[in-house]
Design a protein around this ligand. Structure first.
Ligand SMILES: [Zn+2]
Length: 234
């Protein structure tokens, strides 16, 4: 005789960058275990892989997790966690004034991802522009941690995230042009143009929450912005 099934709840959420509605189920103990082992390893690639795997298993629609933007993954993970573990999280946050660690509770519904309305097109001259996409977890996890801040990594990410180049005559997709041509194109940018493209990444949406608390030690009123998944899970 088959044992009874324990868990069959499912929920709906939206993928921030595309607006696509998806159905998911909470994660199970066996899946959480894989993630915990990855977090303990402190190995970025392993954490990324475990998070992606968990999201793939729990989202019941057919989506390509590898191609989602980093903030999509973060947002989906938060949805999963809120339905799997609980709707709030306890954090330790330092006081601005005296640096005492305070216990702060953040509700998941106070954490949001702001996706800008503007499109992903950056004009480089009056007639030449590029269409960009946000980096995926895969793109970011492939960066060598030792070179994370280097110009080489910046080039690498920009190369991956330019979808197409266009001018008055037409649209040239990165796929058709190939990496060599794209590299030459990026190397031919001037400093201002390069900065305009870099700004696209600096203003990338992220999980965000502003938390207010009164310090338990010095009574100072604190207001801190938490940004990115790591700031909610460390
Ligand atoms: Zn204080």
């Amino acid at each position: 005789m088959a044992l009874p099934k324990l868990n069959s709840a499912s929920y709906q959420t939206t993928i921030p960058s595309t607006g696509q509605k998806v159905t998911f189920r909470p994660y199970l103990v066996k899946e959480e275990k894989v993630l915990m082992i990855a977090l303990e390893s402190n190995d970025q690639k392993q954490i990324v892989r475990a998070t992606e795997e968990m999201i793939s298993s729990c989202i019941l629609d057919d989506i390509d997790v590898n191609s989602l933007a980093t903030f999509d993954i973060e947002s989906l993970f938060l949805d999963l966690r809120s339905k799997s573990v609980g709707e709030s999280i306890g954090l330790k946050v330092k006081c601005d004034q005296c640096e005492t660690q305070n216990d702060v509770t953040v509700n998941f519904d106070e954490i949001s991802v702001d996706v800008p309305d503007e499109n992903n097109v950056i004009m480089l001259t009056d007639s030449v522009g590029v269409e960009m996409r946000y980096p995926s977890f895969d793109d970011v996890s492939n960066i060598d941690p030792d070179k994370e801040q280097s110009i080489e990594s910046a080039f690498d990410i920009i190369m991956k995230c330019i979808v197409s180049v266009f001018d008055d005559d037409g649209v040239y997709t990165a796929k058709n042009e190939g990496p060599k041509q794209m590299k030459e194109f990026i190397e031919s940018l001037n400093t201002q143009q390069f900065q305009n493209i870099s700004a696209f990444f600096e203003n990338m949406p992220a999980l965000k929450s502003v938390i207010s608390f009164k310090c338990s030690n010095c009574s100072a009123e604190n207001e801190t912005e938490l940004r990115g998944l790591q700031s909610f899970f460390t």
